[in-house]
Every structure is written in C-alpha cells, then in structure tokens.
Ligand binder design. Structure first.
Ligand code: WT7
Length: 628
C-alpha cells in the first residue's frame, strides 16, 4: 500500500471545487462540460459547435466563436479589479515594481500600438527574446491584443538556438533587452540576437531593445529602436481585436527526438478555456491570493501559469527575475515571506536542491502565508514530495503534482486539491473532461505502458508550425494522442508517471522507468540527486548505470556503491539493481532543470552527443564522461 494524505479540512471547506461529482459529470457529457467552462470567459461572438472533429486530429474548438485572450486577461477585470495588483515584480538586483490591472492595460495598449506602428499585422510573428521582466508578459499580451503571434525564446538560449527559431517562425519584429541579470552577471541578449540575425535575419524588419541591464549594445540604423523610442508617440487606447477562436496565439519551440525543434502552435479560444479553468481549479485561486509560479516564461509553464491562466482569473501574479540562490539560497523564502505568497508552484529539481541544503534557508523564514503547493516538470519522488509538504508547506498545504506538456497547453493529470487524497509520487487522475489511458504496444489498455490521451481537449496544440506531417507522425496513432511518457495506473485509477518512454529501460524483459530507479536512489539518506541511463548488455538487453550526486558531507566509497545497489534492489526489485554506480558532483541539465539523459545515454553508448545548446553547464558532461 502507498502512503495517502488527505487535504487539510479547512482547505477542503473553502476549496473552489469540493464535489467529486465533477469527474463523473464531465465524463458523461464532456462537450457540455467544456462549453460551461468557456462561458466563464468573455466572447465577442458565441460559438456554433463546441468541437469540430471533421478533420481529426486537426481538431477545432468553439467554432466561429470570437474571443481575444488579452481581453480576458485584462479588460474583463478593469471594473472591480482596476487597482488590484496584476503583476508584482522583483528584480534580481532588488528593484521592485507593481502593475495594477489598469496599469497593465495601459502598458499593453501602448505596446500593441508600438507593434502596429512597426508594421505588425494580424497573423504576423513577433519573437520575444527576453528575461523575466514585466515587459515580457506585456509584450505577449500586446501581440495577442492585435492578433499577432508571439514566439517567446527563453533568454538562456544561445545565439544558435535563437537563430533556428527565428528562421522557422520568420518574425517581422523581435523584442529583446540590452541584457538580462542572472546571478549578478549580465546575459548579453541584444548581442546574442545580433549574432543570430547574421545567420537568420531575413524576415526581421525591426528590433526593439528594452534597456534593463545598462550594458553597451550596438544599434543598427533603420532596424533597431529602444523600447522607449519605439513607444514615445503611442496611444494607450487600443481595443482587443475580436479573433476567431482558432486564431493562432503563440508558437513555442520544444525539443523532439531529432535536432530540429518543434514549433508547437496554440490558439486563442480553446487554450484560454483550458488554462483558465485549470488555474482556478488546480491552484484554487481566490481573490486575495498572491500566486507565484517560479517557471521562466520562456517555457510553457510560464506561458500558461505565469501569464494566461492566472491573469484570466484576475489573480495577483508574482514574478521574480533571477536565480533561486542569488545572492543566497534564502532568496525564494525571503520573497515568499515579503509578499505573503499563498500559492506556490515550482519544479522537483528546485525542491531537491533546497532539500539537499538541509532545509535551513526555508526554516529561517515565516512561510505561514502559503496555503497550496504545486509541482511540475518531472516526476517528484516521494522523498522530495514529503520534504516539500513538511518543510515548506508545514503539513497544512495540499501539494498538487501536475502532469502536462508544452503540447497539452494545460494541466492534464493532477489531484483537485479540495477533492482528492494525495499519494506522494503519484500525479493523480485526469482533470475533469480529460480522458487518459495507459496502453501496451498494440494500443490495448494496460496497467503499465505508454500514456495516451484518447479524446481531444480544448488547450491542445493545433499543429506544429508549418509542419502538419510531423504533427501527425509525432503525436497521433489514429485519433489518439501519444504523450511519449510511460505510466502506471494503480487499482484506484491514479496515474504514476514513469518518465519519457525513451527513458524507459528494458532489463531482462522487464520495463523499468529511469524515474522510478532515480526515485529509489534518492530515497537513500546519502543521495541528493541521481540520473539513470541504460547501457547495452549482452545478456540482459540493457544494464542500469546510475550517476549519483551525494548530499553535502557524504564521502564516496566502495561500500556506499554496494549499499546503494542493494538499496535499489530492495526498493524496487532485484532486477532493478544498478550494474554501475558513479559519483559525480553534478548532472548535465537543461537550463530549465531537466536532466539531459539523451546526453548521458550518448556518452554511455559512445555515440555522437549531438546538440548541446540547451545545456546549462558543459563541464557536467565532461564529468559524466570521466566517471562513466
Ligand atoms: C514532459 C513535458 C508542462 C510542464 C513543463 C514541462 C514531464 C511534466 C510532470 C509531472 C512527471 C512530468 C513529462 C512530460 N513532466 N510534468 N508532474 N510528473 N513528469 O513541459 O518541456 O513540454 O515537458 O515533462 O515527461 O512529457 P515540457
């Protein structure tokens, strides 16, 4: 039996959703369910059909309806929430800004007018290559307001990665910053952009440069303008344009199995419905909440749950510019205390980082304002889950583990915090209106296998930018959406995510998720973090190779290797006993904190390592190479 934790009674009494019936109601009449969800938003014109499947799997939602997500995130709140903070921003250097909903409205209008003045029309792409500054959500909402399509490129990406994305999206305008602060240093965004544009600048007519870090930049005549110059004569009166529900909102690139990034396309209508409802129900947003999602807006989590989900609910959203441990590991906890953060959403990698420090920084701060915690991005191992629940949430806050993807747009599998019991390490069940299943290779239901979504949902991607064929091939078997994740369903119908299918090992005919093995390793008191990859093995098919980061103060030894192997054998099964354990001081990770198993696998197999543009620290690769 697994550990089961019931949500706090007081929380349940006040939760936005308290009635478990929603699941059944949504399952029996999904289109009615989504139609009711859509009615929570403002539509300029009502829709005809909730769902049009005639060109499946190119689904269309809320056909012929007219909507604008910028209107729903701003204008709709202008009456009663005019002076309510929409964005609470803290810079890494300690500077602070607050934008009320009416101030946000003004900024977005001026920026929308600026874009129009630079020649941006409905359907044109605008690339936003920025850090975590208020001008980023402002620019996104400004694009949406006039029907332009934004493509945010994470500020940590290299010129090469940026060039690939610009080449594919063909933006007319790029908005960037002189530089972005990161751990006290300046990342030269404008300079990176100049380099990218040398290779891929064909479509770009104008570049707008926000002055943030004050570093020197070169301005190209007739092409480059400062943010201030570009907005000088702009009006603060720009109406949100009524757009077809299926009008494209943004392209967000995500990596696939090949080197070329995939341009995931989301649209105004269905996406707005999906992120609005999930933000309200999963994060239980209330009028007085101070909501903080630590994700960078350069990723889908930031799009859906820093910007569009919470703002369309009229929430106060906190944004922090810098690194969690700058200038010290106290920073996040200071912020929670200072702003009285009530809902906090972050990633397991961050949780484990703080856990590794022994939890001291968190203990020194008053975190009693918190009432709900969320986790996203990778499976959260029970040990980290419990630490989060106890050390951060004081055993009072429900923890929602939210499974979803860039492609799904919205949270798909989780617990509803006022309804469902929590099982540490288990994501929960499909959100109401979502149908998920685990299947074997022949697409038959199984208790362990690949996670698929069997019916369409409003916030799903519509296609891959200019690549319908890859959309079909990557994601669909018939009309079933294939997630690429392995999962297990338990007797109660709850889903345990095992990690990407390409990270599932086959050891002597047994399927083992790398995430499962890592969770077992991390549950050992000496271990801070672990990554497991497969190595070809003559007899077993694959052997299990573990790279382990020890907790501070623990010394590596041969005994410890044997102890860890035995520990995993105990935790999962003797077939799961790692063949090799290597100690390293850190793991190769992407800048968003995902372990780059592709890289580790390649090293293990002596193969070509491939594209490293998203890697945070190249020396970690060298270390793995030496260890393995
Ligand atoms: C992949 C999607 C959408 C959030 C940010 C990542 C993994 C995400 C969980 C979770 C286990 C998770 C999956 C998924 N993942 N959330 N709660 N439990 N795994 O977005 O970069 O598109 O990655 O992240 O493997 O397929 P993404």
């Amino acid at each position: 039996m697994w550990l089961k934790i019931l949500p706090d009674r007081e929380f349940v009494e006040n939760a936005n959703v308290r009635d478990a019936d929603v699941y059944e109601r949504a399952a029996s009449k999904p289109l009615e369910f989504w139609s009711e969800a859509a009615e929570r938003l403002h539509w300029f014109r009502g829709w005809k059909e909730v769902l049009d499947s005639s060109r499946a799997p190119f689904y269309r939602w809320f056909t012929e309806g007219e909507i604008n997500i910028s209107y729903n995130c701003i204008d709709r709140h202008l009456g009663e929430r005019s002076s309510k903070p929409a964005l609470l921003w803290e810079g890494e250097d300690g500077s602070r800004r607050v934008l009320s909903y009416s101030e946000l409205h003004r900024e977005v209008c001026i920026t929308a007018d600026m874009l129009r003045g630079l020649g941006v029309e409905r359907g044109d792409r605008v690339v936003l290559y920025m850090g975590m500054v208020p001008e980023l959500p402002v620019s996104m909402l400004a694009c949406a307001r006039i029907g332009a399509v934004h493509s945010v490129v994470f500020g940590g990406f290299s010129p090469r990665a940026l060039a690939d994305r610009i080449q594919d999206a063909e933006p007319k305008v790029v908005v960037t910053q002189d530089g972005a602060f990161r751990r006290g240093k300046v990342v030269p965004l404008k300079q990176n952009l100049d380099e990218a544009l040398e290779h891929a600048g064909g479509s770009v007519e104008r570049v707008v440069v926000l002055e943030r870090a004050g570093n020197e930049v070169e301005m190209k005549e007739h092409r480059d303008l400062t943010w201030r110059e570009a907005r000088r004569h702009c009006t603060a009166k720009v109406e949100a344009v009524p757009l077809d529900s299926e009008h494209p909102l943004f392209i967000l690139y995500t990596s696939g199995t090949t080197g070329k990034p995939k341009g995931v396309l989301h649209v105004h209508g269905g996406y707005n419905v999906g992120v609005h409802l999930t933000a309200s129900w999963v994060f239980d947003l209330k009028e007085e909440d101070v909501y903080w999602c630590t994700a960078d807006i350069g990723w889908i989590t930031g799009h859906s749950y820093v910007v569009y989900g919470p703002l369309s609910n009229g929430a106060s959203v906190l944004m922090y510019e810098g690194a969690p441990d700058y200038p010290s590991p106290e920073r996040w906890w200071e912020i929670i205390e200072r702003y009285g953060v009530t809902v906090f959403y972050t990633a397991p990698t961050a949780i484990r980082f703080f856990m590794k420090l022994g939890g001291e920084p968190a203990k020194r701060h008053n975190l009693s304002s918190l009432r709900l915690l969320g986790s996203v991005g990778e499976p959260i191992n029970p040990k980290a889950w419990l630490w989060y629940y106890e050390a951060v949430g004081g055993r009072r806050c429900p923890v929602v583990d939210t499974w979803w993807q860039t492609e799904t747009g919205m949270v798909m599998i989780t617990t509803l915090p006022g309804v469902d019991a929590m099982k540490p390490g288990c994501a929960g069940r499909p959100f109401p209106g979502v149908k998920a299943m685990v299947v074997d290779e022949s697409m038959k239901p199984a208790t362990r296998g690949e996670l698929v979504i069997t019916t369409p949902w409003p916030a799903m991607l519509r296609t891959l930018w200019r690549n319908e064929e890859r959309y079909l091939k990557t994601y669909f078997r018939g009309e079933v959406y294939v997630t690429g994740d392995g999962a297990r369903v338990d007797e109660e119908g709850d889903f345990w995510i095992l990690g990407r299918v390409d990270d599932v090992l086959n050891v002597s005919g047994h399927r083992l998720g790398t995430a499962e093995l890592e969770s077992a390793l991390v549950s050992h008191p000496s271990v801070a973090e672990a990554a497991v990859v497969g190595r070809e093995h003559e007899v077993k098919g694959q052997a299990i190779v573990a790279f382990v980061v020890l907790r501070d103060g623990i010394k590596p030894s041969e005994e410890l290797i044997q102890e860890l192997r035995a520990h995993v054998a105990r935790e999962i099964s003797p077939i799961a006993r790692p063949d090799e354990v290597y100690f390293v001081s850190r793991l190769p990770k992407t800048r968003s904190g995902k372990i780059m198993r592709r890289v580790m696998r390649a090293i293990e197999q002596g193969a070509e390592i491939g594209d490293l543009s998203t890697l945070e620290d190249v020396s970690a690769v060298e270390e793995v190479r030496r260890a393995g």
